[in-house]
Design a protein around this ligand. Sequence first.
Ligand SMILES: NC(=O)c1ccc[n+]([C@@H]2O[C@H](COP(=O)([O-])OP(=O)(O)OC[C@H]3O[C@@H](n4cnc5c(N)ncnc54)[C@H](OP(=O)(O)O)[C@@H]3O)[C@@H](O)[C@H]2O)c1
Length: 223
Amino acid sequence: MKIGIVGGTGGMGKGFALRWCKKHDILIGSRDATRAAESAQEYTNLAKEVHGQISGSIVGNDNETIVKDSDVLILSIQYEHIDSVCSQLLPQIKDSCIVISPIVPMTKTDVGFEFIPIKENKPYSYQLVEKHMKNKSKLVSAFHVISEKKLADPTLVLDYDIFVCGDDKDSVNVVNELINEIEGLRPIYLGPGSLSYFTEMVTPLLLNAMIKNKLKNPGIKIV
Ligand SMILES: NC(=O)c1ccc[n+]([C@@H]2O[C@H](COP(=O)([O-])OP(=O)(O)OC[C@H]3O[C@@H](n4cnc5c(N)ncnc54)[C@H](OP(=O)(O)O)[C@@H]3O)[C@@H](O)[C@H]2O)c1
């Protein structure tokens, strides 16, 4: 499977690439093709160091090129850039492409981390991305509650749940499978995409809990 990562040069992109290159072909996307190629080379070297041989591959190119080739596309960009990025790129994806949004609409204020849709009365991430989807049912929300530090360090032992929201059962199943491929992560389905605000909201909750209580590496696990 070809997994494209828009904004793949960032922290989350590195984590996804290192985890999934064992089995899949990873396409690192960037606004700058050279930066994407450099990141892809760096991640390939790291992946070989950590995993030994990998069955997949990691290559880099500009965002426009990688979205056309992707079977699964991860929007690894900040909330503020959803409209500009998605209006340009999402019309170009394959009809069968599944789009994953891990985007957290969060801001830091003097009281702590806050949820932008409530604080500023704006749409949550899923709603903003959905507007630009040709086939809205192919959008799946996931990965909001795992930090880049944990994803990008394959030597860490993980034991966390990942909330998943989406309308199309087959698309959700593909994302569940990708989550299961990362050792120590378990997918937990919450319901259709319209409930995505629940999972998007957990990240500021977790960060406030971490900072105010000096917790190390907190995550979510339903017991
Ligand atoms: N960091 C975490 O621990 C974490 C955890 C859970 C969820 N998330 C969510 O995952 C997403 C990615 O997080 P991240 O920490 O990897 O983000 P990031 O490092 O801040 O940014 C990711 C990439 O976005 C691209 N970018 C920057 N400005 C842009 C613009 N104006 N237009 C288009 N692309 C732009 C950059 O790539 P180029 O400059 O190469 O184009 C950058 O490498 C975010 O929505 C975040 O809320 C993050």
